[in-house]
Design a protein around this ligand. Sequence first.
Ligand SMILES: *Cc1c(COP(=O)(O)O)cnc(C)c1O
Length: 406
Amino acid sequence: MDPLQQAAEQLFFSVVRRLPVTFVRGKGAWLWDDQGRRYLDFVAGWAVVNLGHSHPVVVQAICEQARTLTQVSNQFYSVPQTRLARLLIHHCCLDRVFFANSGAEANEGAIKLARKWGKLHRNGAFEVITTLNSFHGRTLAMVAATGKPVYQAPYHPLPAGFVNVPYDDVDAIRAATSERTCAVMLEPIQGEGGVNVPHDDYLAQVRHWCDQQNILLILDEIQTGMGRTGTLFAYEQAGIEPDILTLAKGLGNGVPIGAFLAKERAAVFEPGDHGSTFGGNPLACSAALATLSVLVEQEIPQHAAEMGDYLRQRLQELQATQCLITEVRGRGLLIAIELGAEVAQEATRLCLEEGLLVNPVKPTALRFMPPLIVTRDQVDQAVEILTRVLSRLAVPVPSPSGRGSG
Ligand SMILES: *Cc1c(COP(=O)(O)O)cnc(C)c1O
């Protein structure tokens, strides 16, 4: 084994099984490892580098800001933070924002806000309805929110106040609603759950129910936001507006930053209610400001929609000739293929060998989340590699080798 990788295995908590590659450089949709090998990146740092690796405008913003000012406490105003807030609020339906450092933290803030709102405006209601198979982050409260028993099992007792119901099922939300409920929190498309796209009217029906019951709708767009699904935010495609919206992943194109935003009526925080040392620091905000500017000015979400349509079309063509693929699903450049067998880990390993990074989102499904600047030619190259890999996997192997998990 490679010495650096061997050292890493001794140094870190083993919370993840890593693939045997050490990346040292990235540009656009390409990554290079420490052996000088090049890979087409359809993982994009986990749906993060939407503008591609080392986008020149973002690099310039980071360098300039690093030279100028990286941190002031939130006791003071700063120019990049206010500029970013103004641009973000201009391009979404929310009125106020808080900047955090990650997705889980953004969701934590959103839940705190919803609970305070429940205290003030719904007789102390505190419960939040979330969905099974969702993903909202790894802090204790977000593990309770995330409807995945395997993530929850080692950490009981979990923070109270979350009810997990089936996704894409409005009746389940109706049935779970009580006088204790202050909000429903959903992903417009479940990302980590396997790229689960709900029925077209699901979000509109949930919105309608929340209005009827006077409870808040929180959309977790940490994965679907920032152009990923073909519009700047996925809620635009559902024709609804959330009361609270959370963002992270693509917001800083690789520089850690998260945010939660709210409509004025839900913006009930007062001085002392919430805070962060690093949240909204000038460095992260400059990166995010550059990222959002490029996304909007160059109409990157529109490009993501076009490339997403093209990738889905190419995958559907492949499905017609390749019996291993049983379904192609997704929106924009958040796409998955369902495979008829538990071969996603093996497919991922073989793709890696051929210079393509993909994500085995489930034992039976591969997820594709390339940078949104991916070209038609790069989509073709990826599909070509995938075609070769799947045809190798479709041939039954004599002795079944160890089937990996997680
Ligand atoms: C990735 C993700 C999170 C957690 O974000 P972190 O930055 O890892 O804390 C939360 N919600 C969704 C939908 C995500 O995809």
